[in-house]
Design a protein around this ligand. Structure first.
Ligand code: ADQ
Length: 483
């Protein structure tokens, strides 16, 4: 039976992390910082606009049941909505978060099965923590709230809510790609994960390819188990019948708060970026902004840049590659190794090509505040995005929005979800093709101003027309039952 339509001005968002991080300093003081990452960037303006409740983990391990100071700091960090923290123990962080979420689902969904550690204790903890999140939602939701669960860490929450017999409509949005059957089928818990996804009323994916992969997996895995779960891929929002309910499956490419970011970008007009000259006389900042992650292709970008410097010695000193990396998942071995590899390559490139007055790569490993980040977007003539696999990639959208002068160039991996939206106006690259990517940097560098402006104007128009509120409305429209 389909549930009552939710009110649109009150949402319960359920995500692994709350949109800020709390830490206890050595002196015992509580520090509240802004969370980073794409989900927070996208969802923070949504709750500011619609109000509601955010259920999530505040990012620290609970020391005692009565950590009241921490709990009140959590609530005061949120403005315009209420916060319901889900506390995790050290074991849960290890097994549910670092384990099942980030050492099974993350690599599995990003074509990196060599990094998957299919440990049963991870699965056990994943189930327990998902149940914990569901219980927090159950205790805090009103009848007409729309319950909106986010991302791969919480796939089972919808199913647990159904077991608790909750009457609300429940949606799920997957921020990362959904893998093809050959990859997904390797997961020992494939059947449980897929069936759990069908417990939602509406399922959202970033791209048509993700939706196609999901429907392909349903057809293969569930139908082999004797469950009829057929859906057409080509419908804008496909429907399938499962357990007496209708499940809607749609594609909703996530976006940014375009108007908010251009207001900020406008303020940073005074920032002196690289000088604008013509042809080979230009001085150009090539900018990379990524979370530390092997899926972002940072190593491949550095190799391509190294190749570019080898191929075009005349352009030395004219190009400055600024690579920002925001720390992420530092407890997981693959991320520690990646950081070392990046630092080694940066050192190698600067050692080989650098001079007393030119550092070919400027590397920063820290989160930047939004003013600094936006200034860098504005001051960079080329954005360089080389994801090996990426759900969407909001950096591409942020860069275009901030490019108020409309002279910048977007180099974008064809394996980022954003490429399906920007393929006509970005320079698309295959990040595995180091030679081709080096040539793409050259092409961006030498692109005539007229062509750059035309492409960037189109890109910005695209982001403006499909901002985060457009995304929200599209998802909501699919969630509502039309009588
Ligand atoms: P992420 O993998 O985190 O998101 P992305 O979409 O690029 O990837 O978002 C990164 C966010 O972090 C951006 O808003 C960016 O501004 C910010 N950021 C990056 N480096 C930073 C730095 N040094 N300092 C400050 N901020 C920094 C996941 C999926 C994506 C999907 C989003 C949203 O992996 O594919 O686009 O969710 O659905």
């Amino acid at each position: 039976m389909n549930k009552k339509n939710p009110r649109e001005d009150h949402i319960v968002i359920v995500s692994n992390r709350l949109p800020f991080v709390l830490k206890k300093s050595e002196g015992g003081n509580i520090e509240v910082g802004k969370g980073t990452g794409g989900l927070v960037t996208a969802m923070a303006p949504v709750l500011k606009n619609r109000h509601g409740t955010w259920v999530g983990w505040p990012g620290y391990v609970q020391e005692s049941d009565t950590d009241e100071t921490m709990l009140s700091a959590i609530q005061s960090a949120a403005s315009g909505y209420s916060v319901k923290p889900v506390m995790l123990t050290t074991d849960e962080v290890k097994n549910y978060y670092e384990g099942f979420s980030n050492s099974i689902l993350w690599p599995l969904f990003h074509d990196s099965t060599d990094k998957c550690l299919f440990f049963p204790e991870y699965w056990k903890s994943y189930k327990e923590v998902n149940k914990k999140f569901a219980l927090t939602v159950y205790r805090n939701a009103d009848d007409l709230d729309f319950l909106w669960v986010h991302d791969y860490q919480l796939i089972l929450v919808g199913g647990y809510l159904r077991e608790m017999d909750i009457g609300n409509r429940i949606g799920f949005f997957l921020h990362i790609p959904f893998p093809p059957i050959d990859t997904f089928a390797r997961c020992p818990w494939r059947f449980e994960l897929l069936s759990a996804m069908l417990e939602y009323d509406v399922l959202g994916f970033q791209t048509i390819q993700d939706k196609r992969n999901f429907i392909g997996c349903l057809a293969s895995i569930l139908q082999h188990a004797g469950i009829d779960a057929k859906a057409e891929v080509d419908e804008a929002v496909s429907e399938l019948q499962f357990d007496g309910r209708t499940v809607r499956i749609g594609v909703f490419p996530i976006s940014i708060d375009y108007h908010e970011i251009i207001l900020e970008a406008d303020k940073s007009r005074g920032y002196k970026g690289a000088e604008e000259k013509c042809g080979d006389d230009r001085n150009v900042n090539l900018l990379g902004v990524d979370r530390l992650d092997y899926t972002k292709g940072i190593v491949e970008k550095l190799k391509a840049y190294q190749r570019f410097l080898t191929l075009f010695p005349k352009l030395h000193k004219k190009v400055h590659f600024i690579q920002l990396v925001v720390p992420s998942r530092g407890e997981i071995a693959a991320y520690v190794e990646l950081k070392l590899k990046i630092e080694q390559l940066v050192g190698e490139i600067n050692g080989i090509f650098g001079t007393a007055d030119w550092l070919p790569v400027r590397y920063m490993f820290r989160p930047l505040d939004s003013t600094e980040l936006i200034s860098l977007y504005r001051a960079s003539e080329i954005a360089f995005i080389g994801s090996l696999k990426d759900g969407m990639n909001l950096v591409a959208k942020e860069y275009c929005a901030c490019n108020i002068d409309e002279k910048g160039v977007l180099i974008l991996s064809e394996f980022a979800g954003a490429a399906q939206q920007f393929y006509q106006d970005a320079i698309l690259i295959n990040p595995h093709d180091i030679e081709g990517t080096a040539m793409a940097i050259y092409r961006a560098f030498t692109m005539p101003l007229e062509e750059r402006s035309l492409r960037m104007r189109n890109l910005r128009e695209n982001v403006k027309n499909r901002d985060v509120f457009w995304w929200l409305d599209s998802f909501f429209n699919a969630a509502i039952v039309k009588s």
